[in-house]
Each structure stands twice: as C-alpha cells, then as structure tokens.
Write a protein that binds this ligand. Structure first.
Ligand SMILES: Cc1cc2nc3c(=O)[nH]c(=O)nc-3n(C[C@H](O)[C@H](O)[C@H](O)COP(=O)(O)O)c2cc1C
Length: 208
C-alpha cells in the first residue's frame, strides 16, 4: 500500500527491528524501491553505491555470522540490503556520461569537459579520501531508501553494528574494491518501534 503523505513517511519513521516474516517483498517491487532510492544525489553523479539484497534463507544464513546483535532483523525482515561503496566507481564514468548525452540530458561538450577532470581526479584520489566519498554518497542513498521503503508501506532499520571483515568475500565481491557502508533491514513492521528523541535545533544548529 503506497503512502504519499510526506510528513507521515518522514516523521513516522522509527527503526523497526521485528518484521512479519511471512511478508516477502517481490523482486519487482524491490527493483522499483531500489530504482527510486538510487535517484539520490552523488558526487559528480558517480553513484558509487552497490547493493546485495539478501532475502533467501541461504543468503540470510550466510549473513548471520556478520550481523552481531542484529539477529532479529536478519531472521524476520523481508530482506537485508547490504550496501557497499565501489572504490573504483570512476570506471562507470564514461557509461554514465555517455548515457546522459544519448538521452539528451547533457551536451557532448559538457560530457567531454566533465570526464576530462572527473576521471583523473578520482583515479588520483587517496584510498582514505575515496572511502570518505563513497561513504557519503552511499549513505545518502541509504537514507533515501529508508524513506522510499516507507512510501511503499514497509519499514527499515539502519544497521552499522556488523562485522565488516569478510563480508564482501561472503557475497563473492572483491574486498579491495567494495567497502561495506551499511546494512538496511526492510520488511513489514511487526512492532511499533521505540519512540526516540532528538537534540534541539538550538544545540545542533548555528546561524551566522
Ligand atoms: C549509521 C547507523 C547505524 C545504526 N546501527 C544500528 C544497529 O547496529 N542496530 C540497531 O538496532 N540500530 C542501529 N541504528 C538505528 C539507531 O539506533 C536509530 O536510528 C536511533 O536510535 C534513532 O531511532 P529511530 O531510527 O527510531 O528514529 C543505526 C542507525 C544509524 C544511522
């Protein structure tokens, strides 16, 4: 059931850790959710997020040793979406910018100009700067994913308390290329979740 009430989608979100395990999001709907989530912005539009959607029993079993105390989410969610950042995301730069030209969204000269500075810049980036960059981009996508999930009638939990070592390999990914960023559990809520509080804007905001 879709929810187009923006305030309810955003302000009604709580982390949900127990889901109705009988509800499975279809591959088709998951594709729609992820397509919307990946409309998120990213630095020079390089879209470095990569995801493994773990929904099968076999996949959940493979993930279990990594989830720490977050076993309930793994056991009851429709899926655990493991988000990685691609440290070689610049390899897709040509494809992205060619598509922008082909679809009439960018003039050829702009593409040439952009690519001539983006690709060398990314290739020359330190690993630490690249990790920061893909972490930011993939986290923005993760937040968008959590809200899109709500608009589809599902709930989520962002999970940072998991074991990163060996996670990429467990899903046949090159660990030197794919940086674990976050796991998002998604499914039909089977609890209300905890109410949580926020610091006041007086504390966290400074106007100058
Ligand atoms: C980066 C990040 C990591 C988190 N890791 C976990 C986690 O490992 N396990 C968990 O149960 N909740 C985790 N949370 C959920 C937070 O506890 C939750 O967002 C926070 O308490 C505020 O509650 P709310 O999401 O219900 O508004 C994480 C949230 C974020 C943003």
């Amino acid at each position: 059931m879709n929810n187009n009430d923006f305030n309810d989608v955003v302000l009604g979100r709580n982390s949900i850790r127990r889901y109705d395990a009988t509800v499975k999001i279809s591959k088709e709907e998951m594709d729609t959710i992820l397509t919307k989530a990946t409309k998120a912005p990213s630095a020079v539009n390089l879209q470095p997020w990569r995801m493994v959607v773990v929904s099968s029993e076999e996949g959940k079993n493979r993930l279990r040793p990594f989830v720490g105390s977050n076993v309930l989410q793994n056991d009851t969610s429709s899926a655990m979406i493991v988000i990685f950042g691609d440290l070689k995301c610049y390899e897709y730069a040509e494809e992205i910018y060619n598509e922008a030209v082909a679809s009439g969204k960018m003039p050829e000269e702009v593409k040439e100009k952009q690519l001539s500075f983006i690709v060398p810049m990314y290739q020359g980036m330190s690993t630490s700067k690249m990790k920061d960059t893909v972490n930011i981009d993939a986290s923005l996508m993760a937040m968008q994913l959590m809200l899109i999930a709500r608009s589809h009638g599902y709930d989520t939990n962002a999970i940072g308390g998991y074991k990163k070592e060996g996670l990429a390999e467990a899903f046949e990914l090159d660990a030197s290329r794919y940086l674990p960023v976050l796991i998002i559990s998604i499914g039909k809520a089977d609890e209300a979740g905890y109410e949580s509080v926020r610091l006041s804007t007086d504390t966290v905001v400074k106007y100058v």
